[in-house]
Design a protein. Sequence first.
Length: 499
Amino acid sequence: MATKPGKDEHYSRPDFDISEFEEKWDELLRKYPTKDGADPPEFLDQIGINSLIISLGESMHGVVTNRKDDKKIPYEVALASYFTIFLQTKIDLSNPAMIKDFALLFMSTVRDYAVKYKRFTNASLGEIDEALYNADVPKLILFLTAFYTKSCLTSGENPTNPINHIDHKNHTVAYQSDKIIRNAIQCIINKELTDGSFEEIMGHIAFADVHTRGGTTGKGNSFPELYDEVNSDPHLSSFCKEYENEWKLKTALMMENRRITSCSPILIDMMLGICNFSLYAAYVYAKACTLYINLATDRSKMIFEPSNDGTYTFGPQSSSSVTTISLAPHPNYVEKNLTNEERTLEHMEQLDRGISAVLKPLIGVSIRVLDGDKEREMEFPGGESDFFQRLYHLRIFGDKEGNYDIDFKRLEEGKKKLMEAKTKLKVKRAELREANKKANKAESLERKITRITENKEAASNNSHQKQKKKRTEKKNEELSKNENEAKLVFDSLFGKMGS
């Protein structure tokens, strides 16, 4: 064991030998050579990863390859840089076996070299493990949660999977599954799921984290604690400090209320999380499927490119043949701030569109529901959920405590409030349409009167012009007649004089 990553005596960091890693890397490249003349796949671009993060990974790779023999290179820097290059230039999206082998190298490197906390490996790749890559049918739904906490890290030793810490009793994971996923489905079918059926549904869903490092203080760390803990790692932070100017970001990234202006340990940690789920998304795509990713934390929005106006939207973020990504905030973001001006009904509708999109792979799955006192079986039909809208009306017009106790019975009351609001809205829209009709009718009548008046004036002007023309013609006739008569008289007089 080498240097300690923090003041806590429970920490230790294994020595990382980059030459051993590169030998394994080169062996895989020989096994799966890059096709000559092939365009780079740029997979991270295809799934909308923030270009600043991609550029940082490419810049880090230049530093790593120039310092191959340097024993001070942290494993996190090497791994983030090499796999950024792999996902952008080396990956063959038609070869799932290749992607799986590189993913296994990624996993084994994390397992062997991640920071240790007591007897635990303080790194988690969530439920993206070897078994997931070995399954005959890949899981098509991935929930990216907030960082895992000490309760996840120490929930139970797992010698066979020391880097796959997921505690489904953790308040964040439990809320995302038992509250959001379960109730989103129930609000689509308008029926209550049985507990057994819900457990079977959860078998179709994998959880992972946007961070690989976990917090080690308390049962549910706050993000600032994790931020400070990771950034205080002396080995990683000193390496980042050395390249602070070289790794400056063109635009600052906002991680909650923290401005990230240069490469930092917390950002590198998130880059490992990006590589983790991107490898699995690429594997699913190579298996001719689409991975549906739900971002269950507001912080993870910085991973992806903002929209054209520079902002991020909730609901479906991007959709393509490669992957579908939806944004939904951490439960606290919904619950505790639900009555703020930002939490509008439109906001809830966007969240419902997002969660509905993510659940599409479940269409056709057999589920069991409660129908009165009996159970019956049905296929999940898919469709649009109104869970967040029900929750909104339940909170606004009913319970404002903002606790996590959201069951289907209470959401039925939220449905009634929602229906009442929609009925009122329907009436208002009908009244508005009627008012618009009357306004349009009045405007049309006014235009008609204006046209009639203008036609009359035009007709009157035309008549006046005709009369004026007649008077002019008559006057001209009289002048012509007088001229002729005068000429006759003149000719008669002067004609006689001439003779």
